[in-house]
Design a protein around this ligand. Structure first.
Ligand SMILES: [Zn+2]
Ligand SMILES: [Zn+2]
Length: 279
């Protein structure tokens, strides 16, 4: 019996139920992709004993490289080897954000997590990331007025389908009960990947890339912004974002990333030690 014949035989009521069943199984399938039921460690894939906010098993979490609040550059949050206040990057460059911190060093399993989030079609990973960042935020004791993600260009959004910083920031704002603002800061220029460029190229690459519309000026006035990104590399992106936000009235821009790209930026006085360490 084909579908058309079946339609004729089935009473209207039954057809409605069938449609409803189909719809609910479709919704089920979609929600399973977005939020899988079988809760597994995002790193090793082992079953977790129960549903938890941060989906890492104890074994994997133990191996992750956290950045200590006391052992990082006071400005950009890069992990430091030596007992210095500022990394070489911050000693030699002017940044427009007030302070930046990240939960982890961008390496090993953390790198894989970011990769899976961005390219592995697993947007649900952002949940765990947001909870990790909320925990870090608590330890930092920052007082902020609104959460703003580092924006993506239209081209990147079209290609990837989502902005991972937006996913992270949205959930984080829910956890910490602070307003989420996605429209204020826009990326109006499609830029080369920062990682492929030299320091100077990075600066010019991002010139004029971010924009705050005039209509938000009054809204931003005197506010402390929590700017969110997944990975912080040289600090150029967040600096350009902060510059634009402050130009339009923001009082301060504090940045929180899930990961910080360099293991450590050696300070001048520590360069000799690092060289001998590497060789
Ligand atoms: Zn694990
Ligand atoms: Zn620094």
């Amino acid at each position: 019996m084909n579908k058309r014949q079946m339609k004729k035989i089935l009473p209207k009521q039954k057809r409605k139920i069938n449609l409803r069943q189909k719809l609910s199984s479709f919704v089920d399938r979609i929600s399973k992709i977005l939020y899988p039921n079988n809760i597994k460690c995002l790193i090793c894939g082992d079953d977790l004993p129960q549903k938890q906010d941060i989906e890492f098993c104890a074994k994997c979490e133990e191996k992750l490289e956290y950045i200590d609040n006391e052992k990082c550059c006071l400005r950009c949050g890069a992990k430091l080897i030596a007992e210095e206040k500022y990394c070489l990057n911050c000693q030699n460059n002017q940044f427009d954000f007030d302070m930046s911190r990240a939960v982890f060093v961008y390496d090993g399993a953390i790198k894989t997590i970011i990769y899976n989030l961005k390219y592995g079609n697993k947007p649900y990973i952002s949940n765990t990331i947001s909870y990790c960042m909320a925990r870090k935020l608590k330890s930092l004791n920052w007082k902020v007025d609104m959460v703003v993600p580092v924006p993506s260009s239209k081209e990147t959004l079209k290609e990837r389908g989502f902005n991972q910083a937006e996913l992270i920031a949205r959930k984080l704002s829910e956890i910490i009960h602070v307003d989420f603002e996605n429209e204020i800061l826009q990326k109006i220029k499609h830029t080369e990947k920062q990682a492929n460029l030299s320091g100077i190229e990075r600066r010019t690459n991002l010139e004029g890339a971010f924009l705050v519309d005039n209509k938000y000026k009054a809204f931003l006035k005197g506010k402390t912004i929590l700017l969110i990104d997944d990975v912080i590399t040289s600090g150029s992106t967040i600096s350009f974002c902060a510059k634009e936000l402050k130009k339009n009235g923001a009082k301060a821009v504090l940045v929180l990333g899930f990961a910080r790209a360099f293991y450590s930026i050696p300070t001048q006085s520590n360069l000799k030690n690092v060289k001998s360490f590497i060789n």
